[in-house]
Design a protein around this ligand. Structure first.
Ligand SMILES: [Zn+2]
Ligand SMILES: [Zn+2]
Length: 365
């Protein structure tokens, strides 16, 4: 067994069992004898790091470490896992094709995380409520989905802070109405009001601050699902301490810092464009051009907690996620087309019956 795996394991001082991080207690807990131990909190504040320093560190390949990891042969997610966990099934896609590997990799280590505060039991209850509330789903889905347990995974994210100075130019449009006379079809002369636009050049600038723009760096979570997890509260981030990972796995980032920043910049550019558009005076605008200058760029590499149920139905992967901090639920489930078709047919038959009844009653009168 690799050394790093040993260092990630926390034996119970009372019984020699393995301690796991308990989301509800917020401390390490022994399931065997019930002993608890506080997490050795890092006294340092959660640090923002300079983006350009981070980019050059990543390029030089500092921060290499040896980890016990597993890589999914199907979806490509690479997951670090702690002692007491064996990766027999990929948490993200349910595939059994996972390979354990010990690797020397140059990665930026996570500096902070949000600890799990939703327990497995709470998340599993949320999963069952969600399943029960679904309509038109295959009957065996509930059975199928329960077979696989929820897996608690720390998902890698980048967060970015920035200051942006935006200069814009545009043509501001002012509406005015002109009365026109016209002849209608009956040969009468009438007047009507017609709207015109007067265009005037306009320009301006604004200054904005962005705090903790989140970019998901996961390979295992598809972006359409990951982006729907919106309720993470990053003001609650804690400095990284390995105890928080005891009993959970952590995915390694697959989107690197450079590409992560490109995503963040694209979304900040977009929101600056709409803020500048709102600054243009008048009733409408055209030819808006915005130039952004970014400064005070910092980043953090953080781990955010997610409970995942990945299950396969007719060769497709469906996922259910619970935000491990807030309990927010997102998921996708297959539809049963037979049930939908039957419902449509039955409603059509009922409508036809109602129609026939109404007609026969009219005939009686
Ligand atoms: Zn114990
Ligand atoms: Zn996978």
């Amino acid at each position: 067994m690799a050394e790093s795996a040993q260092s990630k394991s926390y034996p119970c001082e009372q019984c020699g069992g393995t301690l796991h991080f308990d989301p509800q207690r917020g401390s390490l807990h022994c399931r065997h004898c019930g002993a608890t131990r506080l997490v050795q909190e890092n006294a340092q504040p959660v640090a923002e790091r300079d983006l350009f320093e981070g980019l050059s560190t990543a390029a030089r390949g500092l921060g290499a470490s040896q980890l016990r990891t597993s890589r999914c042969q199907e979806c490509g997610a690479t997951v670090d896992f702690s002692e007491g966990l064996t990766a027999t099934r990929c948490a993200f896609c349910g595939s059994p094709r996972v390979l354990e590997q010990a690797e020397n990799r140059s990665l930026i280590r996570p500096g902070s995380l949000l600890p799990f505060s939703q327990s497995r039991e709470q998340s599993s209850a949320a999963f069952n409520r969600w399943l029960a509330g679904l309509w038109f789903r295959p009957s065996n889905l509930k059975h199928l989905a329960r077979i696989h347990e929820l897996v608690g995974v720390y998902v890698p994210y980048w967060t970015f802070d920035a200051e942006v100075d935006s200069r814009w130019t545009a043509e501001a449009g002012y509406y005015y109405e002109v009365e026109e006379t016209f002849t209608n079809r009956d040969g009468q002369e009438k007047t009507r009001k017609v709207r015109h636009t007067r265009w005037e050049p306009a320009d301006g600038w604004r200054h904005d601050r962005y705090d903790d723009v989140l970019v998901c760096a996961s390979r295992g979570l598809p972006p359409d699902l990951a982006n729907r997890l919106r309720t993470f509260d990053t003001t609650k981030l804690r400095a990284y301490a390995p105890e928080y990972l005891a009993g959970f796995s952590a995915e390694e980032y697959a989107i690197d810092l450079e590409r992560g920043f490109a995503h963040a910049k694209a979304s900040m550019d977009q929101s600056q464009a709409s803020r500048c558009a709102a600054d243009v005076p008048g009733d409408t605008h055209r030819k808006l051009e915005v130039q952004n200058r970014y400064s005070a760029l910092t980043f953090k590499h953080v781990l955010l907690p997610v409970w995942i149920a990945a299950y396969r139905y007719q060769d497709q992967v469906f996922r259910f996620l619970v935000n491990g901090q807030t309990g927010e639920v997102v998921g996708k489930a297959p539809y049963s087309w037979i049930k939908i078709l039957l419902t449509v047919l039955v409603s059509a038959a009922l409508l036809a019956l109602a129609y026939l009844l109404a007609r026969s009653r009219q005939g009686d009168v």
